[in-house]
Design a protein around this ligand. Structure first.
Ligand SMILES: Cc1ncc(COP(=O)(O)O)c(C=O)c1O
Length: 345
C-alpha cells in the first residue's frame, strides 16, 4: 500500500453513499491525497519545509539552524481563532473573530497579510467557535493568497458537521489547488481518533515535499489502519449520518440550556460540535480567568470543559463545551453548571 493515493483511485470503488465526499474529491483529479497519522501532521511538515527553505536561502548554512526554527506555540492546531501565520517574521497574528460574528473581518485580514506571509492557517467548521466560513470568505482568502503568494492550509476535519447550509471547501475555489493544503481525517466523522489516521490534499508538487518530510519522521500510517480508513471513507455512511443528526439535536439542547443560565450567553454554532459561551460575568467581572474557572468546574463540580484561552488569548472570558456526549449527560452537566454559577452570582 502506498503513502499517496491519487484521488482518482477513490472514485472507482465507492458507492453512492459517499457522494458528497466524492464530489469534493473529483473537483481536482490531479490533486494528491497524502495519508498521514492524523490530519494535523501536515501542518508540522509544512513548517519544517519552510524552515528547510529558509536555511537553504542562507549561504553559510550547512545544516538546519535551530535558532531559525519558528516558535511552534502560536500556530498550535488547536489554538486558532483563525490565524494568519507570518513564518517569515516568526510570528503569528490572531484575527479576533469573536467580535465579528465568528467569521472574520475581510479588511482586517487584508491589513495583516503581506509579501512576508507564508501561510494562512484556517479551520472551518471551526473548533472552538463552531463558526463556518462561506465560499465568499474562501474566495477572498484565495485572492489575497494569490496577490501575496502564500499558501492556505485549510483544516476541514469537521466538514460533515454543518447544520445549516453546505460545507464550503477551499477545494471549491477554482484554480487554487497550487496554493492549497486541505486537511481532513477520520477522527471526527468516524470517531476514529485513536487510529491516528488523516490526510491532506494538495498539489502533487506540495505533496512531494510533505511526503519526503513524513517519510523521514513518522514513516507512514500503519497498513491495517489504512485499510480500516478506506472502508470508513468509501463504505456505508449511515452510521456517520445518524451521529451528525444526533449532534444537531444536542446542539440545541446545550445552547438553549447555556443561554438559560444567568450570566451566560452562547451563539448557536453552525458547525463542528462545540458550544463556546461567553462567561465574562464570572471571569473578568469577578477577577478570575477562564482557566481558573475551567479548573474549578472540573475539580469542584465534575464538569469537563476548556478555557477559551486554550485556543489563544482572544478566548479569555469564554469556555468551550463539547456536545459529543449523550443528551442525558449534557443535561446533567447543564444542571451542575447552573448550580455552580449560582454559587458565584
Ligand atoms: C481543528 C482540528 N483539527 C484536527 C483535529 C484532529 O486531528 P487528528 O486528525 O490529528 O486527530 C482536531 C481535534 O481535536 C481539531 O479540533
Amino acid at each position: 500500500m502506498s503513502d499517496t493515493i491519487p484521488l482518482t483511485d477513490l472514485d472507482a470503488p465507492a458507492g453512492e453513499e459517499n457522494a458528497e465526499q466524492l464530489e469534493l474529491a473529483s473537483i481536482h483529479d490531479f490533486a494528491t491525497k497524502l495519508v498521514q497519522p492524523g490530519s494535523k501532521e501536515a501542518l508540522e511538515h509544512y513548517v519544517r519545509w519552510q524552515v528547510a527553505l529558509r536555511n537553504a536561502e542562507d549561504a553559510d548554512a550547512t545544516e538546519l539552524d535551530p535558532d531559525k526554527v519558528p516558535d511552534f506555540a502560536p500556530i498550535s492546531i488547536n489554538l486558532d481563532l483563525t490565524t494568519a501565520c507570518n513564518y517569515a517574521c516568526d510570528h503569528c497574528v490572531d484575527l479576533d473573530i469573536l467580535n465579528t460574528g465568528i467569521r472574520f473581518d475581510h479588511d482586517k485580514l487584508r491589513s495583516l497579510v503581506s509579501d512576508k506571509t507564508k501561510l494562512f492557517y484556517m479551520n472551518t467548521p471551526q473548533n472552538p467557535t463552531g463558526g463556518v466560513l462561506t465560499i465568499e470568505d474562501l474566495e477572498f482568502i484565495a485572492e489575497l493568497a494569490r496577490k501575496h503568494n502564500f499558501y492556505v492550509m485549510s483544516d476541514e476535519i469537521y466538514n460533515r458537521f454543518v447544520y445549516e447550509g453546505k460545507h464550503a471547501s477551499i477545494l471549491h475555489v477554482p484554480e487554487f489547488l497550487d496554493q492549497t493544503i486541505m486537511l481532513d481525517g477520520h477522527s471526527k466523522t468516524y470517531a476514529m481518533t485513536g487510529w491516528r489516521l488523516g490526510f491532506s490534499i494538495s498539489s502533487e508538487e506540495m505533496a512531494k515535499h510533505l511526503t519526503l518530510l513524513m517519510t523521514n519522521s513518522t514513516s507512514c500510517t500503519a497498513a491495517f489502519t489504512q485499510v480500516a480508513g478506506e472502508e470508513a471513507l468509501l463504505g456505508e455512511q449511515q452510521g456517520a449520518e445518524e451521529i451528525i443528526q444526533r449532534f444537531k439535536e444536542r446542539r440545541s439542547v446545550i445552547v438553549d440550556g447555556l443561554n438559560s443560565i444567568p450570566g451566560v450567553s452562547c451563539r448557536m454554532p453552525t458547525g463542528a460540535f462545540y458550544a463556546f459561551p461567553n462567561v465574562k460575568e464570572y471571569t473578568e467581572k469577578q477577577g478570575r480567568t477562564s482557566q481558573e474557572l475551567q479548573r474549578w468546574l472540573l475539580h469542584e463540580h465534575g464538569i469537563a470543559c476548556l478555557a477559551g484561552t486554550c485556543f489563544g488569548p482572544n478566548g479569555e472570558g469564554y469556555l468551550r463545551f463539547s456536545y459529543a456526549n449523550s443528551t442525558e449527560n449534557i443535561n446533567r452537566a447543564l444542571e451542575r453548571l447552573r448550580e455552580a454559577f449560582a454559587q458565584l452570582a
